[in-house]
Write a protein that binds this ligand. Structure first.
Ligand code: SAH
Length: 464
């Protein structure tokens, strides 16, 4: 370890920045965020610092550097473009035992500035000892995905309850177990999901029952269209902490592979006409698992609220008083459109987009055909493979041109993605001739013509 990592308290203490440019301005802001009283020494100031001066948020010494300016400083940062001045600052500071940082010059630093993730009161700092700031930044970015934005709020909650918890559990070990449960269990997730009041209520209850939390919770998570890179940070985090994963056919293997290794996996596959567990059974299963105190991740393909029956599943949870949260996912329409180079809207071609189910009950009668056949509108049919012929026929019969461009995307965003491009007239024939497999998405509209030019995703063909 080349440097000792420490956090310094500079609240209301004098900090001196030598230099008046943009870099100096960034350092000033950072010092102010930690409550430092900043003096800037420079013959001139950049616009941002002038603004600070006008707002009286800095003290300005309009002069060149002189050692005496450091006399009362708690900390000094030099960021001038004059190597001689930077060196003089270093020497003057060392002589006075004041911590000094010279920007971009590790040899002249007695302290260095880490790359930080600020979720105050939680702050994570990463340093490469000045060797490779870029690498430090990359590591920081990785960490950032693991520390939810609301971690600060969680820290605040812990601070607010600290004394009460201490009074309740006098034994250190009991206290630790209590906090571990709160800070990485359902209560933490409530805070992350913006359910602050609920979280405080839950912690009150926990305190009353002396840490005997019985009910688990359910995360209704959108797993996206297939490519695991399209998961949200929150989806990934919940997948990795759930005790049970309840998933179905649409969730790709690559996404499932990211779930917690020792989680119990329950498949409730919903293949057409072959529902392994009927919807009611799934709803009941979720309730039963949560009642056993488990954290249940109900993982669904795409977005849970788009043709995912997510509404029905949480409806039962509400009735049964089970805590839950919903995590959106990239829906198949977004995934397929992006990965096929077909913008769903476009100034020149389409001002609206309609998501519609192609799973046609009693033939075709239940769709609002006139509403679908509108100018400058893109149509996206989910579950449309079986009904493709009926869809094309219905649209033509209700006045859409038989030459309207149309696309069918198989297993969008995955290595097995395959795209058919045609028209309302010839698509049924194209589908018959190809070995297309579900899941597929149908896109109808002028925007499909943009595919030729905008297509960018060309996975290596995987033959099975
Ligand atoms: N909740 C899901 C949709 C569930 S309905 C979502 O938001 O995406 C199931 C239909 O979604 C499938 O019949 C198919 O039309 C579509 N679908 C899901 N994933 C797909 C994929 N990777 N490629 C093409 N279509 C997909």
């Amino acid at each position: 370890m080349d440097f000792l990592p420490i956090f310094i308290n500079i609240r209301n203490r004098p900090c001196v920045v030598i230099g008046g440019g943009e870099v100096a301005s960034r350092k000033v802001s950072l010092l102010q965020r930690a409550g430092g009283d900043v003096t800037v020494v420079s013959p001139v100031l950049c616009t941002t610092l002038k603004q600070q001066l006008d707002n009286k948020t800095i003290i300005f010494i309009e002069a060149s550097f002189a050692a005496s300016q450091l006399d009362k400083a708690a900390l000094v940062i030099a960021c001038t473009d004059d190597a001689g001045v930077n060196k003089a600052v270093h020497e003057a500071a060392v002589l006075r035992n004041i911590p000094v940082n010279v920007v971009d010059n590790p040899h002249l630093c007695t302290f260095i500035m880490p790359s930080i993730i600020d979720r105050s009161p939680i702050v994570a700092a990463v340093s490469s000892g000045g060797i490779s700031p870029v690498l430090a930044r990359i590591v920081r970015t990785r960490l950032e995905t693991l520390i939810p934005e609301a971690t600060g709020k969680l820290g605040q909650l812990a601070a607010d309850y600290r004394d009460r918890v201490k009074a309740k559990f006098s034994i250190v070990n009991e206290r630790r177990v209590f906090w571990e449960n709160v800070l990485q269990g359902p209560i933490a997730e409530m805070v992350f999901a913006g359910q602050d009041r609920k979280a405080r209520h839950a912690i009150d209850e926990e305190l009353q029952n002396a840490g005997s939390m019985k009910t688990g919770e359910v995360y209704l998570v959108g797993g996206g269209p297939g490519d695991p890179d399209l998961l949200t940070f929150r989806a990934l985090r919940l997948m990795q902490q759930a005790d049970v994963i309840v998933h179905d056919r649409l969730v790709s293997q690559e996404v499932l592979d990211l779930c917690r290794r020792d989680a119990e996996m329950i498949y409730v596959g919903k293949e057409r006409n072959k529902h392994t567990l009927q919807q009611e059974g799934i709803n009941e299963l979720l309730v039963r698992l949560a009642r056993e105190g488990k954290r249940v991740c109900r993982l669904k393909g795409g977005d849970p609220f788009i043709f995912g029956r997510g509404g029905e599943e949480i409806d039962t949870l509400v009735d049964e008083g089970i805590p839950f949260q919903v995590v959106p996912g990239v829906t198949a329409a977004s995934g397929a459109a992006s990965y096929a180079g077909i913008p769903l809207t476009h100034r020149d071609y389409s001002q609206s987009v309609v998501f519609v189910t192609g799973h046609l009950k009693d033939g075709t009668s239940n769709l609002n055909w006139p509403g679908l056949v509108q100018p400058n509108q893109t149509l996206v049919f989910y579950m449309g493979l079986v009904g493709v012929e009926a869809i094309c026929k219905g649209l033509i019969e209700h006045g859409m041109s038989k030459d309207m461009p149309m696309s069918l995307v198989q297993k969008a965003t995955t290595r097995d993605q395959k795209i058919l491009i045609g028209t309302l007239e010839n698509m049924p024939e194209l589908v018959k001739k190809s070995a297309i497999k579900p899941p597929t998405l149908i896109i109808v509209g002028e925007v499909v013509s943009l595919h030729d030019k905008l297509n960018w995703f060309e996975p290596e063909r995987v033959e099975h």
